[in-house]
Design a protein. Structure first.
Length: 208
């Protein structure tokens, strides 16, 4: 890896190190809520840093090496976050926003969503999240993102809510869909906006 590529990869490590340094200076977490909120910041640290890095300045081979190194760094932290989360997950049901707060519940969901190394864990909590959505204790987009990712990546089925998109002909479109004619009906059933409105959020993403 060239020094230029290594310098960009180092920004990911630095992002995690900065959050870890800041958290190490804080008093010990007093509750699962505190622990989860800190995990949220760790989960997002590398991803936020990655979003700000422009790898296009590197030769293609170096881009590939950088992406691999960045993924390795993020994966290592994801595995540590998963281990911490498993100690806090309820034996039945899902973490309730009304009890742990929005940020802590979101942290649990994000860590679970990123647990692609453990499909069984994702499968196990999918129905729990669905039930929590019906109780107002989780958001519909959480369930949609989890359901669709599991369907496409692990179950080799079509997605149901259109949350996973692909670049086709210079436009972002939903990946393989079941019953496309009733997509918006399904989205409305769990409190989501129309697919057209959802796709607008991707307009700033490069699509070639």
């Amino acid at each position: 890896m060239t020094p230029e590529a290594a310098a960009l990869v180092a920004l990911i490590h630095l992002a995690y190190t900065e959050v870890e340094r800041r958290q190490a200076a804080m008093p010990p977490a007093a509750s699962d809520r505190d622990r989860l909120e800190r995990l949220f910041d760790l989960d997002q640290a590398g991803r936020d840093a990655m979003a700000k890095i422009d790898l296009s300045q590197l030769p293609e081979e170096q881009q590939d090496l950088a992406v691999t190194a960045i993924a390795r760094e993020i994966d290592a932290h994801d595995l540590a976050n998963q281990a911490a989360l498993k100690k806090m997950l309820p034996k039945t049901g899902w973490l309730k926003k009304s009890e742990v707060g929005d940020k802590a519940e979101a942290a649990a969901f994000l860590i679970l969503r990123h647990a692609v190394n453990d499909p069984a864990l994702m499968h196990a909590f999918l129905p729990q999240i669905e039930a929590a959505v019906k109780q107002g204790e989780a958001s519909g987009d959480q369930y949609a993102l989890m359901y669709d990712r599991i369907a496409l990546e692990f179950d080799h089925k079509k997605q149901r809510y259109g949350s996973q998109v692909s670049c086709v002909g210079g436009q972002w479109v939903p990946s393989e869909l079941e019953d496309p004619d009733h997509l918006d009906d399904r989205r409305r059933s769990i409190g989501l906006s129309s697919e057209a409105d959802y796709l607008k959020s991707f307009e700033s993403w490069p699509c070639n």
